[in-house]
Design a protein around this ligand. Structure first.
Ligand code: PLP
Length: 301
């Protein structure tokens, strides 16, 4: 038997009723999840042996399913059990855990999505950071892209989705110009979000984050709650690119690493080009909150 068939060390997936090593994970090529990006998903992290804000991720996953008229066919308890099993079988203490509902496929020849049998998939792999250690320490250099995020009237961004062509093309353009990541804009010139994260500006000592046209990130919500508990004012409103460029501080929020400082935009320093005090406080609080039992669900190993 080849090693991949039994090696769960790189991650574990659940598919069609079975746990398999991540290298063996697959979905049928004819699943509309693949053919039409007709799917929704969510990503929850495990840190030090416990899920962080599992309830918030499950709430959003089931809400996303409803928005896209998908039925995961699993209860919250069943999803929780599958996710835990994936983490446990992979032997991971820190993990990136994804749950997915796809349209599946209707009877051959039918183009009616109502006739499709929706499918559920899940996997756990080692924790994924959106920024490496050096980038987290000195802050990221992010490009503001002329590519517009797909309009909310076309695809509801509150339902987590794989309509990533805008994000990917924007990211490729940013990498070509020497930046490390990208923020997309809307047609009015506001920044909205990037590949896997929301964005915040520190303006007049308070936080500003886009209100519309974005995924309501669980980390974004955590940042808003942390700010309130620290007495930092928060505004949810449009964030013009020019205002972000002139901000006192800027940062991204994501399950892929929490609060990630941005110290350059299009190669130009944000304020003095250093990670600012508000961002540092939020990074610290974010990791402190991981030890709060209110937000953690231990994995059963
Ligand atoms: N925006 C987009 C488009 C995303 O894909 C993600 C996460 O993958 C986020 C924002 C951040 O969401 P969260 O904080 O829940 O990870």
């Amino acid at each position: 038997m080849d090693d991949n068939a039994t090696d769960f060390s790189r991650g574990c997936a659940w598919q069609r009723g079975q746990y398999v090593p991540i290298a063996q994970a697959s979905i049928p090529m004819t699943d509309w999840g693949f053919l039409r990006s007709d799917a929704t998903y969510d990503v929850v992290t495990v840190w030090d042996g416990a899920f962080f804000r599992l309830d918030a991720h499950l709430d959003r996953f089931f809400a996303s399913c409803e928005r896209f008229r998908l039925d995961a066919g699993k209860s919250r308890a069943e999803v929780t059990d599958i996710l835990s099993q994936c983490v446990r079988r992979a032997g991971l203490r820190s993990s990136y855990v994804e749950m997915i509902a796809t349209r599946g496929q209707p009877a051959w020849g039918s183009r009616d999505p109502r006739q499709a049998v929706n499918q559920f998939y899940a996997f756990a792999v080692p924790f994924v950071w959106i920024a490496n250690e050096q980038q987290r320490e000195r802050g990221l250099d992010v490009a503001i892209s002329p590519v517009h995020r797909i309009p909310p009237s076309s695809v509801d961004p509150r339902a987590k989705n794989y309509h990533w062509n805008d994000l990917t093309m924007g990211l490729l353009g940013a990498l070509d110009q020497g930046a490390e990541s990208v923020l997309l804009t809307d047609p009015a010139g506001n920044v909205v979000e990037g590949p896997g994260f929301n964005v915040f500006a520190v303006v007049d000592g308070g936080l500003v984050t886009p209100a519309e046209g974005v995924l309501e990130g669980v980390t974004r919500r955590t940042v808003i709650e942390m700010a309130r508990s620290l007495g930092i004012p928060v505004q949810l409103r449009a964030l013009p690119a020019a205002e972000l460029r002139g901000a006192q501080e800027a940062f991204l929020s994501t399950s892929g690493g929490g609060v990630l400082p941005v110290t350059k935009l299009d190669g130009r320093a944000v304020a003095r080009g250093q990670v600012g005090p508000v961002t540092r406080r939020l990074v610290q609080t974010y990791w402190d909150w991981h030890r709060d039992p209110k937000y953690s669900t231990p994995v059963e190993y």
